[in-house]
Ligand binder design. Structure first.
Ligand code: ATP
Ligand code: MG
Length: 394
C-alpha cells in the first residue's frame, strides 16, 4: 500500500506576502531532516505539504518521529494513498486504520473532494465508508460531535488519501527564518529549555559555555554537549563555544567585595558573550533566567547584567515557574541530563550574602579593581569551538 505524509503548516499559514519564503525554508528543512530515512517528492498546496516517498525502503516510522521535531509544523498525518474508487477506498480504510480502530470506541468520517468528477459527493462518501467501518468493527459507534477518531478521506487529482487523527507537530517557525542567536548554556535545567523555546521561534542557535577548570570538571562540559545534542534534534547543528573562565573568577574573588561576586561574574559573562555573539553573527543572546529564582535574577540584578549588554537578551523563561520549566525539559528530554550533579562555574565562589538589590553604579565601583578589557580579551582568545551535530543524536 502506498503511504504518504500530509503536513499542516503552523503559524506561517498566517503570513501574507512572505508566506512563500517561509514555506520554502520549511520544505528545505523537512527534506534535510527526512533524508536519512527516505527520498521524497515534496509538493505544496495551500497550507499542506505532501511528502510522497519515491524509494521502496522508506522508513516511515523514523520519518514520522523526525517530523515531530521540525519547527514550523502544526501537525501531520500519515495517509494511505489509493485509487479513486469507492470500493478501493472502503477496503483501504478498513485495513489501513485497523490499529487505530482497535484503540477507540467512537469515530466519524469526514470527506473532502477537490475532484468534483468523483461520482459520490462528500456526505455520500461519509455514509458509505461509515457503514463499511461499522460492519467490520461492530463494537464501534458513530459520534459526530466528539469522536475518538476522525477518519479523513480526501479525494484529490491523482489519489484518494485516507488518514486518522493528526499527529501534533512541534509548532513554531521554521529554523532559519528568524536569524541567529547565542544561548548562554550552563548544565542546569533552565538554559536548555530557554534555547529550545527560542529555537522554536525560528532562530538558528549557537551556544556559549563558561568553564572554570579545575573548579569545574570535564564531565560538566560533557553534560553541556549532551544537553545541546538534545536541543539540536530540534534546532539543527549548534556551534558550541567554550570560554575559559577560571582566571576571571579568581580575579573577582581576590579583588572584589564578596557580596558582589555573583553579579560581577554575570556581567563579565555577559560582556564576553556579547563579544562572541557579534563575532558569530548572532543578533541576540538567550539566557535561562527566571525572575526571582535566585539572587542574581532579581529585577535589580538583571538590570545590572543588562546594563553591559549591547545586543538584545532574550529570557524566554522570565515569567515561568520552575515546574513549568521542568515540564518542558522533560518533554525535550533534557531533564535527566540536567539533574546530574556536576559543578557549574556559577556555584564556585558564591557569596554567603549576595546583594539582592544592587545598582549598576555600586557594581561598577565594586568591579573597578579589575582590568576588564584585558580579562575579556584573554578569555575570548582561549575560546574552543565544538560542533554539535544533530545527526549524531538518535
Ligand atoms: P540554569 O538552570 O540554566 O543553570 P540557573 O537557574 O541555575 O540556570 P544561574 O546559574 O544563575 O541560574 O544562571 C542563569 C543563566 O546564566 C543560565 O540560565 C544561563 O543562561 C547562564 N549561565 C549560567 N552559568 C553559565 C555557564 N557556566 N556558561 C554559560 N552560561 C551560563
Ligand atoms: Mg545554573
Amino acid at each position: 500500500m502506498k503511504e504518504i505524509i500530509l503536513i499542516k503548516n503552523g503559524e506561517i499559514a498566517l503570513k501574507g506576502l512572505n508566506r512563500g519564503t517561509f514555506e520554502d525554508v520549511l520544505v528545505k528543512n523537512i527534506k534535510r531532516r527526512l533524508s536519512p530515512y527516505l527520498k521524497a517528492d515534496i509538493k505544496k498546496s495551500q497550507s499542506t505539504i505532501m511528502i510522497d516517498p519515491i524509494n521502496d525502503d522508506a522508513d516511515m516510522d523514523a520519518a514520522a518521529e523526525a517530523l515531530k521535531r521540525v519547527f514550523g509544523i502544526a501537525g501531520f498525518s500519515r495517509a494511505a494513498a489509493c485509487e479513486k474508487d469507492m470500493e478501493v477506498i472502503k477496503s483501504t480504510a478498513v485495513e489501513y486504520l485497523k490499529p487505530s480502530f482497535r484503540d477507540v470506541k467512537t469515530f466519524k468520517v469526514e470527506a473532502k473532494r477537490s475532484d468534483k468528477s468523483f461520482p459520490l459527493n462528500s456526505p455520500q462518501i461519509c455514509n458509505e465508508l461509515g457503514g463499511e467501518i461499522l460492519s467490520n468493527y461492530p463494537y464501534l459507534k458513530v459520534d459526530v460531535h466528539n469522536p475518538d477518531l476522525i477518519v479523513n478521506v480526501e479525494v484529490r487529482d491523482q489519489y484518494a488519501f485516507i488518514h486518522g487523527n493528526q499527529i501534533k507537530g512541534a509548532g513554531g517557525m521554521p529554523t532559519g527564518t528568524s536569524g541567529r542567536a547565542a544561548v548562554m548554556i550552563s548544565g542546569g535545567i533552565d538554559s536548555p529549555v530557554a534555547a529550545w523555546t527560542m529555537a522554536k521561534r525560528g532562530l538558528v542557535i549557537d551556544a556559549i559555555h563558561f568553564a572554570s577548570p579545575p573548579y569545574t570538571s570535564q564531565r560538566a562540559e560533557q553534560k553541556v554537549h549532551e544537553l545541546l545534542g538534545k536541543v539540536s534534534r530540534y534546532s539543527g547543528t549548534i556551534n558550541l563555544l567554550v570560554v575559559p573562565f577560571t582566571e576571571i573568577q579568581e580575579r573577582i574573588k581576590d579583588d572584589c567585595p564578596e557580596e558582589y561576586f555573583t553579579i560581577i561574574m554575570r556581567r563579565m559573562m555577559m560582556r564576553i558573550a556579547v563579544g562572541l555573539a557579534k563575532k558569530q553573527g548572532c543578533g541576540a543572546l538567550i539566557t535561562g533566567e527566571s525572575l526571582a529564582q535566585v539572587a542574581s535574577q532579581t529585577l535589580w540584578a538583571l538590570g545590572c547584567t543588562d546594563a553591559v549588554a549591547t545586543i538584545p537578551v532574550f529570557r524566554p523563561l522570565i515569567g515561568m515557574d520552575k515546574n513549568e520549566i521542568v515540564e518542558i525539559s522533560r518533554k525535550i528530554d533534557t531533564f535527566d541530563i540536567s539533574i546530574q550533579p556536576y559543578e557549574d562555574c556559577c556555584t564556585v565562589f558564591t557569596p554567603k550574602h549576595p546583594k539582592l538589590r544592587p545598582s549598576p553604579e555600586e557594581v561598577e565601583a565594586a568591579e573597578k579593581a579589575l582590568d576588564i578589557e584585558d580579562l575579556i580579551n584573554r578569555a575570548i582568545e582561549g575560546v574552543k569551538l565544538t560542533i554539535i551535530d544533530h545527526s549524531l543524536e538518535a
